[in-house]
Design a protein around this ligand. Structure first.
Ligand SMILES: [Zn+2]
Length: 157
């Protein structure tokens, strides 16, 4: 599986990984279900693969203005969430179908966010329990390993 990098701008750093951490705003130990990627200035966010995109600006999860990219690989359903996007640049994409590499939006600082960054979260549909689950599969031989790629694409800060 060849994913497109969600951010191509030089200097993009991982500021938080998947796993338990102290939440910077809530000051509680909380599981972080995605990656935080940060950079400054105008930062384009790209679709990691072909799929269907929808936007939400009314959540109460602290994600601010975010995009959901729905895709299916080998029968498994996934959603990539792009959170904290810049809401001044919304509705740049009206068609729900999106191609790998297309711009989904721009990095922002909306919702529970202390500085401009992207929270990228992948969930897959677990048909055994009929629930969407956050995804942290890091085996490079596995075809769906976006997290493995994220670790290799962006250095930690
Ligand atoms: Zn995050």
């Amino acid at each position: 599986m060849n994913f497109f990098k969600p951010i191509n701008k030089d200097g993009t750093k991982q500021t938080s990984k998947f796993g338990y951490r102290m939440h910077p705003i809530l000051k509680k130990r909380k599981k972080h279900n995605g990656y935080d990627l940060a950079n400054s200035g105008e930062v384009e966010l790209h679709a990691i693969c072909n799929g269907n995109v929808s936007y939400n600006d009314t959540d109460n999860k602290g994600w601010g203005y975010y995009a959901r990219l729905y895709y299916v690989i080998e029968g498994i359903q996934f959603i990539a969430y792009y959170a904290h996007m810049d809401r001044n640049k919304k509705n740049i994409f009206n068609d729900r179908k999106i191609k790998k590499g297309d711009i989904i939006g721009y990095m922002g600082n909306t919702g529970e966010s202390k500085g401009q960054h992207l929270h990228l979260e992948i969930r897959f549909y677990d048909s055994d329990v009929k629930k969407w689950k956050a995804y942290d599969y890091r085996n490079p031989d596995h075809p769906y390993v976006i997290n493995y790629f994220v670790d290799n694409w962006y250095k930690e800060r």
